[in-house]
Design a protein. Sequence first.
Length: 151
Amino acid sequence: MGSAPDEVKSKEVTAPEAGHVHDYWGRTSTEQDHFHTFEGTTGLDTPVDGDHVHRFANETSRAHGHTHRMAGTTSHQIPAFPGHVHRIQGLTTFDEGHAHTFDVQSSHPHRPRTRRPRLAGVQEKPDEPERSRRALLRISLRKPRPSETKR
C-alpha cells in the first residue's frame, strides 16, 4: 500500500498524448502600410529526435486586395503549464511585391476535431439543398421579433 503513491509520482505526466493538434492565431508584420491576420490548426504531431513537431499551413486575411500563404513546421515543444506549446514563425509567400514575417506561440494541445459540431435545434436532411439548411440555421439563431414574443 505504501508503494502505490510512489508509483503515481514516478509516472510520466508531461509527455504529450499521441494524436494531438494546436490552434494558432496572430498577425503578420506591417509591410507597405498594412498587415494581415491569420488563424489555423496544426497537423497531427510528428515524432522527431525524442520530441515532436507539427506542420501548419493557412492563408492570411485579405488586406489591400490580396492574401498571402504561410506554411512550415513548428518548433519542438516548449514546456508551458499545464502541458506545452510550439513556436510558429516564418515568412509568408511573396505577393504584390512583398512578404510578411510572423512569429506566434500555439495554444496548448487538444485532440483533433473529427467531425463538425451539431447545432441544437437544427435538423439537417440529406436531400435538402445547402442554401435551405443555411436559411434554417439563420432563422433558428436570430433574435425573436417583438411581434413574436409572448406577453
